[in-house]
Design a protein around this ligand. Sequence first.
Ligand code: PMP
Length: 359
Amino acid sequence: MTRRFNFCAGPAALPESVLQQAQQELVDWQGAGLSIMEMSHRSSELVGIANKAEQDFRDLLNISDDYAVLFLQGGASTQFSAVPLNLLGDKKSADYVNTGQWSKKAIKEAQRFCDVNVVASSEDTNFTTIPAFDSWQLNKDAAYLHYTPNETIGGVEFFDVPDVDVPLVADMSSTILSRPIDVSKFGVIYAGAQKNIGPAGLTMTIVRKDLMGNASAHCPTMLDYKTAADNDSMYNTPPTYSLYLAGLVFAWLKEQGGLAAMEQLNRRKAEKLYSYIDNSGFYANPVELSSRSLMNVPFTLASADFDKAFLAEADEAGLLNLKGHRSVGGMRASIYNAVPEEAVDTLINFMKDFAQRNG
Ligand code: PMP
């Protein structure tokens, strides 16, 4: 078996030890005589797995009892509608920050439910910057403010949490668990699992408890946060296997030293890659220095004519999924928690060699 280095933006690399444990437990989970996939979600085994996963997730992010942790489905995209359906209450509008393709999708979906006030946009810089906070046109009657702390496609990340008077909602799909955050500053945090959490099929949502219970009359039962909270995320059948794997990832993160340790490692990985790109004279990253994502590093080559050969040779060198998103072109290296530093070192060496041969 040869595992190669996977730079996919999502579904993304998982820790090898987690996959090995899952393999070992696949057919007969810890002597239960059946697989997790075959267990009732009401069984004591599965409830135990879910409770431990929740506790580990709470420990990692230091989440207080003022917040519910929900295991949901439908991906982050379903949260684009769940957020307005749960949070608008009797308000008619919500504030959104537009920093890229995922912000835009969240905005478009919210427009089905309310007036969306785009408080700031970085479209004029082709989404390579974060609009300065003091330029934001906030609406004091907004039900909430939504932003995307890490834009997976553009590779733009917020390193400061916006300070606003309304509940703050964040799509943390591609940044959650990459470094510590102060959950108490947020009303709602949501994330599709398939980057730093586990396999696709699970969506984690953290909701301040006082924001639940006011869902719109049209809110489907399955999208009402209160339904999920009141039923321990088991109103219907949850994605049990994804939940189990997420639990293994949370335990692995704790073993690694938690999020402070991950931040150190993630900063080191990102800094070496950006630093090589900036000094290479062959590769370029367009994002302003202070907003460069720790998780998603887009880069272009001296000419797009090199792209095809770069991807083919990278693949041969055991470096997978470096093709940039179709909307921006070029390359993108996603270097989530489970992408080891060795993968980044190998990528940089490959890039150096490729530049030397083609520059
Ligand atoms: N938001 C962000 C920031 C993302 O990166 C993605 C997926 N790449 C989504 C939302 C959509 O997630 P899902 O596929 O889970 O609906």
